[in-house]
Design a protein around this ligand. Structure first.
Ligand code: FAD
Length: 418
């Protein structure tokens, strides 16, 4: 089944005569997952995205399908269990897009965790996520660790935890989920921006007005249920709906830098802590290694958030601290990217302390907003909101996405992509 500009034009011409069961605003991983879940339960669903699909946070992540080891530190066991299980489902349904990745967590004198604590935390991590026996964590001594990653700083190194995660191509995963839904009849349109919400005589939302940013036309999309999955832009849609409550988004910026792999040749990903207790990844991918991320408060423009010299220097210093022999310099940085975490604000908490859990806001006018969460948890987030939609529309269909193979399943893995 083709999916191209012609499909877009055909879909656009039929929209005005349709009433959809579900209209989804936002074409990142969250919206994509919702589109697939809804369509697979038999709902007539449409998704609109104001730019390219996945052009927001969903192409700017660390690209890990992970249980979130750092959440153990914040005692967020539920997220670890949930996302840990989702990891396995993502791999089962999309092995062409989600690849196993071994991680090294160095243990250093003066580091956040000692040997015993690391061993226990990683054991618990595996246990919460039901990790298969052969993939469970192993504890390595200093020599074994340096044999795997000789660039690690030897002075304070005591050993490491060696454990399993997965890696992906975040934007490609989003696109393939949308294509899977489209094959079952879903409509997904990019460059369509929601600008106005419209309500019936009872004050309930019944359509949205959107701008076709390619042709500069205005279109109206009628529906029975509406989901706002706009990630960092979610509050803008809630403001259109005049349904902001005491909770709001708190955006934090995460920057990654990319260097040639000859500068930092790694066989495994390394997850290390830096001064102040933050954790940073160094991830080998084809001919490059990328290092990230920062986590700073952000209130600038949401499209293409900037990368500052401060961000880059922070990551260079962190890398030089953990891998002193590489002597990384500014001129070694080939490129960088920056993304915004749509977190839920909690008074008095720093960016790293804010929970990564997802949250659903139900407006009295019918709009359903889902924000926060992780790339890894997209499927379960979708299940939660589509359950609400089904209940409202009195549709008795259970979620089946845990057994839906994602478009391209069975294709050979393109190693260059990862
Ligand atoms: C630096 C960083 C690293 C991360 N690393 C990981 C990781 O390794 N693993 C992991 O699991 N998670 C990770 N995350 C979290 C994960 O990336 C996000 O939770 C996820 O991508 C959010 O997806 P989303 O669809 O909710 O938002 P987005 O991807 O931002 O999608 C929202 C979309 O809505 C569109 N939109 C906005 N307004 C409108 C409108 N009016 N009309 C139509 N469309 C609109 C936007 O253009 C955008 O494409 C990371 C996040 C960051 C910032």
């Amino acid at each position: 089944m083709s999916w191209n500009l012609e499909t877009r034009n055909n879909n656009l011409s039929s929209i005005s005569s349709e009433t959809y069961d579900l209209v989804i605003i936002g074409g990142g991983i969250t919206g994509a997952g919702i589109l697939l879940d809804a369509t697979s339960r038999g709902l007539k669903a449409i998704l609109i995205e104001k730019e390219d699909f996945a052009s927001g946070t969903s192409s700017r992540s660390t690209k890990l399908i992970h249980g979130g080891l750092r959440y153990l530190k914040n005692l967020e066991f539920k997220i670890v269990r949930e996302t840990g299980k989702e990891r396995a489902i993502a791999y089962k349904n999309a092995p062409h897009l989600v690849v196993p990745e071994k991680m090294i967590l160095p243990i250093q004198t003066g580091g956040t965790y000692g040997k015993l604590m690391t061993s226990f935390a990683l054991w618990m991590y595996d246990w919460l996520a039901d990790v298969a026996k052969p993939e469970r964590r192993r504890m390595l001594n200093k020599e074994q660790t340096l044999a795997l990653e000789p660039n690690l700083k030897p002075d304070l190194l005591k050993g490491s935890g060696f454990y399993s995660e997965y890696r992906t191509d975040d934007a490609r995963l989003t696109l393939e989920i949308i294509k899977t839904a489209q094959k079952s009849g879903a409509v997904a349109l990019n460059y369509i921006e929601a600008t106005t919400l419209k309500y019936n005589e009872n004050g309930k939302i019944n359509s949205i007005v959107a701008n076709d940013n390619l042709n500069n036309n205005s279109i109206e999309i009628k529906g029975k249920a509406f989901i706002n999955a706009c990630g960092p832009w979610s509050d803008e849609i809630r403001q259109l709906d005049q349904s902001m409550n005491n909770k709001r988004l708190h955006l934090t910026k995460g920057v990654h830098i990319v260097i040639d792999s000859y500068k930092l040749p790694l066989k495994n990903s390394v997850y290390f802590d830096v001064e102040g207790g933050r954790m940073i990844f160094a991830i080998p991918r084809g001919k490059v290694t990328y290092i990230g991320t920062t986590d700073t408060n952000y209130d600038g423009k949401k499209d293409n958030p900037n990368v500052t010299m401060e961000d880059v220097n922070y990551l260079i210093n962190a890398a030089n601290e953990m891998f002193p022999s590489i002597q990384l310099k500014l001129e070694d940085v080939q490129s960088s990217w920056s993304g915004l975490r749509p977190l839920i604000h909690e008074e008095g908490k720093s960016p790293s302390e804010l929970s990564r859990k997802d949250e659903i806001f139900l407006s009295p006018k019918g709009l359903i907003t889902i924000a926060g969460g992780k790339l890894t948890g997209y499927r379960i987030m979708a299940q939660k909101v589509v359950d609400i939609v089904c209940e409202r529309l009195k549709i008795n269909q259970k979620c089946i996405t845990d057994s839906i193979q994602i478009n391209g399943y069975g294709k050979e893995i393109d190693k260059n992509r990862f």
